[in-house]
Design a protein around this ligand. Sequence first.
Ligand code: ADP
Ligand code: MG
Length: 728
Amino acid sequence: MSDLPSRPLGRLRDVELTRLRRVGERRGAELADLGLRSVLDLLQYYPRTYVDRSRWAALDEVALGDQVTVMGEVQRVSARRTRQGRSLVQVVIGDGSASMTISYFNQPWRERQLRAGSQVLVFGMVDEYRGTRQMTNPATDVLVGSEDAEPSAPRRVGRLVPVYPTSEKLSLSSWEIGALVEEALRRAGPVLDPWPAEVVSALGLLDRSAALWAIHAPRDQADRHAARERLAFDELLRLQLALALRRRQVELFGHGVAHPVAAGALGPDGNDSLVGRLVARQPFALTGAQRRVLDEILDDVAAPVPMHRLLQGDVGSGKTLVATAALAAVVDDGFQGALMVPTEILAEQHLASLRRDLGGLTRRDANALGGHRDVEVHLLSGRIGAAARRATLAGLASGHVDIVVGTHALLSESVQFHRLGMVVIDEQHRFGVDQRAVLRDKAWGSHEGTVDPDLLVLTATPIPRTAALALFGDLDRSVIDELPAGRVAITTTWAPTPEAATNAWQRVRSEVAAGRRAYVVCPLVEEGGKVEATGAVAEFGRLAATELAGLDIGLVHGQMPAAQRDAVMEDFRAGRLGVLVATVVVEVGVDVPDATVIVIEDAWRFGLAQLHQLRGRVGRSTWPSWCYLLGDAPSSDGERRLEALVATTDGFALAEVDLELRGEGAVLGSRQRGRSDLRLASLVEDTELVERAHQVARDLVAAGAADAAAVREELELLGEDVSYLFKS
Ligand code: ADP
Ligand code: MG
């Protein structure tokens, strides 16, 4: 490496770690095992934590039961097997004030890792063995290995000592990693700042080179925080820029179709439009929020740029009707719509509701007698027979079918549209970003070449704003933030004991006696499928013989033939059954307004969003409703979920709790694939930074500044092909 002035960070990806003085072949291989191959990898291998030299406890001060961090030098190491055959490595550490024994059970590799003379940092609880204070299996970091050279300036002078993640595989100590980082930083020289100087100074951010030094060797806490903020912002801005550019791409090159009929559909002159007729035939008026959101959608549909919109709303806020109206808007213009949902049950239910809402309505058709014909809604799922499938496929290709509802079967290559105008994806977070792209990029339709359909993405339950920005920052957002009037609150009760549960069963009986209906949701089983079905069958039998004896009870689970399940659902909907015992197949979308009680067994096994969805099966009319969460929670996370659910019915608030409990890794999950660039930034803690990055990204793109060579090179750090996003 030569010392060029200001090189782009990305260039360091091409410099192999073996170029460093201290990295030979053996060490290079070891680092590669951890995924560290280039100088860039190393610079982004951030400390796991920092220890404040002035804060840790002296060994002669610690008392039994204390949870402490101590630092000392390893004096002796011994290894043996206990009488039970477990491996035991014991280490004596001393810090000048006293010494202490540390015992590691079943970690035989500690014998290799911890050598006399190493400096270690140990965090754990002080216990006692045969009258002597000691620690058992504490978290341990090797700060300085026994063979490390004498620490050199400047990193050793700071009060904060970085602690790098080390592992069983890595023989390097935290200090050695620090020394490597330091060499890499020194030899890399100044790193180019890819963002315009005004942006960096307006946001009060640290310079990038300074931030890289400071994250690895901070002078003090303020230094460390400033470094973290700068580097976290860079991560978020890269992500948001990619999203903003993707959005621009759609605006520039998307071949959308303008559907002018959509423009006035909700207005006074829209009464004849399909949307107008659809809305007018509802037994209720749209809520203000539904109207506002539908207006936003119809504006997009009327415009020539393809729509890319996320529709969020709480459970029961009436997203389905809005989506139906969106589909109707393109059908009215002679185009087709597709609604993709994650499960067969949901597909069948949406089919029924679309047929109910659009049934008997006509659309313009030059080929038909009188110029009009009925709107045709079809199903495409794994369950329909071969003949029905062929008919639907033919109808889609010819244009006879106006709307198709289906599962991922819609992604199949055999699906060809005549003129696809709108894709609605429901319950998006069951699908991935990847599938969204497949659906959008699929060569839909052959009407005058390839056209990009309008895209509307619906989420089942709200997602936190930061997560929405990180996942869907390329989409416009509409939020239905209002429930239909007259909805009565759902009373949620957590009944941890069987005694407490008797109230739940009494409530089921009294509500069914009053003509209402109840769901009983069976426990979630890890292995799923057949096991779950077996459990549901058993629970159904038990309830029928005990708590719910004498009631008309039905059973549905995922392993049942579709026809049988439909019959049961229909009996429940119509009131011939008072109680429906079910597995999570009822989780999403099932809409039976007369249902007023839901009892969820072993509720702690379910995720928060799932519980909120399940609870949303009741409270769908003006009847007061109840949700009972049965079972004790064996974990504190489970407890927090159930407490949160009791405390609020606000899905947006619950989404925040969920993100906090599960962390962004779980929330973004594989949907973030290829963009797992968030090492420092946190969607939970950095909400303001996320917003700022989102705004800065849009501003830079709007100002044309995003096409600068430096920005382009920076975005290559995302590890995916982004070249197509830029103007050449
Ligand atoms: P979501 O999909 O948002 O959870 P749904 O679209 O299933 O909610 O709507 C829940 C229930 O509310 C349905 O029975 C629907 O017919 C009804 N509904 C929708 N909009 C309104 C409204 N404006 N006023 C009264 N009821 C409505
Ligand atoms: Mg719904």
